[in-house]
Design a protein around this ligand. Structure first.
Ligand code: DGT
Ligand code: CA
Ligand code: CA
Ligand code: ZN
Length: 592
């Protein structure tokens, strides 16, 4: 609950408004006030906390489960941890208890499942939020020369297991820095603190400005816990491992802990082929180090002041971290064939965005205004179609009226010499038989159509063959321009439906070869990142244009484009592979 606060807690306490908040009674309110004002919790609270078994506190993380029922189950069934609760519920021991029942037993099981999912890995956006906050707190400690996030976060994987941070510090400051790290805010627990490695658990108190999840489109929210989602996310934690090394060793340690493991193995083999030993301490000629190990051997390492130097010693171009997955980057680096990766600056617009006409929070004007402020050259509006009732899908009449408004704006901008334009599209549901959700004569009046699957349960109940077939039929429709969020997956929420995307992309490639634009969306919402980065390279190889779309439901949602750019980079995408890099004028030509 406190994790979900949008106001400063100190402010709430000092004005006394804390007591007006929902769920804060006299007891909790006064305890919090004392904790904030005097820096410590009331002594009976501390005692209670210390005497309460860790397992019972852990159970509070299960959505919808409060202290009263935990206490009851503890007394009657001896349940004392999430694991033992799961066992009791699976054995059907909870349902017969007075005031519980079958439904609440099932809800507990669902809650345990959700909790486990949120504890295991975190989405990229959440992981980066923690990682960047932690990195900058470490960087500002006196004596720290450099602190850098490594691991899967630096490689921009779609989910993060744990954070890895590498810190450069001279030996004489080592101890002080290690101590200062251990006393940073946001540390829920210390798992281990050795000589050069510190293992921690971070929680949301690391965020100076509190932690909020922002607006989530209801379709997505449903898949990630619904009303319980905010509690799950803000009550979550993330593990972090910090390595302290001297500045001379730093580039080697950074490269090693950036990974991936597969990339490291390929690099190490390349070193072996050259009579060198590559590890987290250095790049050491066999002849010099002999049987020496670790730092003792590292004294003889070739020098590297940056990662570039390490790659150069191995006769390679520097490989951008996103590409370090051993999917061909080593050969490309050897032959100077690495891609010139897309960057945020290349983005001039995006096609799939919502307004208040369907389920967006912002008006057409507000969306256009924000896109212009972001330096974009154009913006596409694609509100939901009628079948999607939950997202307030717009009627044909309202859609065409929106089109007239857009034309008026475009005319006005052209007249005053403003180089910005809106494109008018729709996000059409894909219906039975691959049909679109508006009559052809309506669709033909639009600039483009994003065709997306939303009735996921229906598509999940069918087999791969039929789904693939229907997607292809939909793509064949002359009005279909973009295939939206191609699998429907929600990260940590649900898998997508079964589909042979290789076949679908090949089908799209045939259309493109014949001059009909069929683009595949890389949905940039960090909840989706769908098309998966692993398939971007395939789309690129086939010559199917990719369009990165924030699927924005608010002005803030437009900023999600950055996660799409990260995923695209990871998928080897260059500026000319995406429609986003075109000017409004060029795109207009491609769409007509
Ligand atoms: P994660 O945390 O599961 O999202 O993924 P990573 O890639 O951050 O993996 P992690 O945290 O286990 O280790 C960080 C990096 O350390 C990893 O990407 C490569 C390196 N590393 C870890 N274990 C090994 C290993 O057994 N062999 C090699 N060559 N490298 C390793
Ligand atoms: Ca990691
Ligand atoms: Ca790790
Ligand atoms: Zn959609």
């Amino acid at each position: 609950m406190l994790g979900g606060l949008t106001e400063d807690l100190g402010e709430l306490v000092s004005t006394g408004r804390l007591f007006e908040m929902k769920g804060i009674g006299k007891g909790l309110g006064s305890a919090l006030t004392q904790a904030i004002m005097e820096g410590e919790w009331p002594s009976d609270w501390v005692e209670l906390h210390n005497s309460t078994p860790q397992g019972l506190i852990e159970m509070l993380g299960i959505p919808g489960l409060g202290p009263k029922r935990i206490k009851l189950m503890n007394e009657e069934l001896g349940v004392d941890s999430v694991a033992s609760l799961k066992e009791a519920a699976t054995d059907g021991l909870i349902a017969p208890m007075k005031g519980f029942g079958k439904k609440s037993q099932q809800r507990m099981l669902d809650g345990i499942e959700l909790l486990a999912r949120f504890r295991a890995r975190r989405r990229l956006d959440v992981g980066l939020m923690y990682g960047e906050a932690f990195q900058s707190k470490i960087a500002s400690i006196e004596g720290v020369i450099k602190a850098q996030l490594a691991g899967s976060a630096r490689r921009r994987k779609e989910t993060i297991g744990d954070l890895d941070v590498v810190v450069a510090v001279e030996d004489e400051h080592h101890e002080n820095v290690a101590e200062a790290i251990l006393s940073l805010p946001g540390i829920a627990d210390v798992k281990g603190a050795g000589d050069s490695k510190i293992s921690l658990i971070l929680d949301t108190s690391i965020f100076d400005g509190g932690f909020t999840v922002g607006h989530i489109d209801p379709n997505v929210l449903d898949a990630i816990g619904g009303d319980d989602y905010e509690q799950l996310e803000s009550g979550g934690t993330i593990d972090a491992q910090v390595r302290l090394v001297t500045p001379e060793v730093f580039p080697f340690t950074l490269a090693y802990f950036t990974g991936s493991k597969e990339h490291n193995i390929a690099m190490r083999q390349r070193a072996i082929d050259r009579g060198l030993k590559l590890n987290e301490f250095g790049l050491i000629p066999d002849a010099k180090a002999g049987d020496l190990k670790g730092m003792a051997a590292a004294k003889f390492s070739l020098k590297a002041s940056t990662e570039e130097d390490i790659y150069r010693h191995l006769e390679l171009d520097w490989v951008s971290p996103e590409l370090r997955e051993d999917t061909g980057e080593i050969v490309a680096a050897e032959t100077s064939n690495l891609p010139q990766l897309l960057s945020g600056q290349d983005i001039r617009g995006a096609l799939h965005n919502h307004t208040t006409l369907s389920d967006g929070e912002a008006t057409l004007e507000e969306m256009a205004d924000t896109a212009r402020k972001m330096g974009w050259n154009w913006l596409g509006i694609a509100d939901h179609s009628p079948t999607l009732k939950i997202a307030n899908g717009a009627s044909a009449e309202d859609l065409l009226e929106q089109g007239e408004t857009i034309q008026r704006y475009n005319a006005a901008w052209a007249k005053e010499g403003t180089d910005f334009r809106l494109f008018h599209g729709v996000e059409s549901d894909i219906l039975e038989g691959g049909k679109l959700d508006h009559p052809d004569d309506v669709l033909s009046q639009l600039d483009y159509t994003v065709a997306s699957v939303h009735a996921l349960s229906k598509w999940k109940a069918r087999d791969e063959l039929q789904n693939t077939e229907e997607l292809m039929q939909c793509i064949d429709h002359p009005s279909t321009t973009v295939l939206g969020h191609p699998t429907g997956r929600i990260l940590q929420g649900r898998d997508g439906y079964e589909v042979d995307l290789f076949a679908v992309l090949e089908h799209m490639a045939e259309h493109n070869e014949e001059g009909r634009l069929k683009a595949v969306e890389l949905n940039a919402s960090p909840y989706r990142l769908d098309l998966d980065w692993r398939l971007c390279k395939h789309a690129k190889g086939l010559g199917v244009p990719v369009i990165i779309n924030p699927d924005a439901h608010s002005i803030r949602g437009l900023a999600d484009i950055s996660y799409g750019v990260m995923a695209a980079r990871k998928g080897w995408i260059e500026p000319h592979d995406v429609l986003n890099s075109l000017s409004g004028e060029e795109l207009q030509r491609r769409l007509s």
